[in-house]
Design a protein around this ligand. Sequence first.
Ligand code: MG
Ligand code: ZN
Length: 215
Amino acid sequence: MKVKVVTRILEANDRIAEENMRRFREAGVYVVNLMGAPGAGKTTLLERTILGLKGSLRIGVIEGDIAGTDDAERINNTGVPVVQINTGGACHLDANMISEVLPDLPLSELDILVIENVGNLVCPAEFRVGEDVKVMLLSVTEGHDKPLKYPLMFRESSVMILNKIDLLKHLDVDMNKIKRDALSLNPSMKIFEVSGKTGEGIDRWTEWLKGQRSQ
Ligand code: MG
Ligand code: ZN
């Protein structure tokens, strides 16, 4: 019985996600669903991405958090349009939450919309929100066991960004194992290695984003 209920919830979600996608296409905006665990560095990556795209692409952001507005305030300080969603306890964003805030964003004036999902490696991977691409951020500090422990996230994401590579020298983490296991789950996965702190590697990611936008 429980399985049936979950299936129906996901089907209803997919219908709203398709409607969101239609609205994004109409507005000509490319949408990134950015996922990752709490503390992986999603908001810092976003700040770097906004800086890297300045002058070439117009970006907007939806911040998803269980509570609080810290992340939206950080994005607001960069000067781009941002809307905060507080899920009030839910550990992922769904298509309906996104649909409700779309009127608060100048969609037709944007080239890229990044949706920062709630920090969680599990259920965000199950809920489409109408995105063009799912991007997951994994900090190398999270350890090299994550792909095999959270396979759905790695299967669903077209892109994996490995963050905090500046810390590798202090860690007993095998980054090659992370990449090997992620690719075994998802052979076409695109992988970037970055440091949100130093900015290393961010340009390759922003160049890739620009390329996606112009396709
Ligand atoms: Mg954040
Ligand atoms: Zn959840």
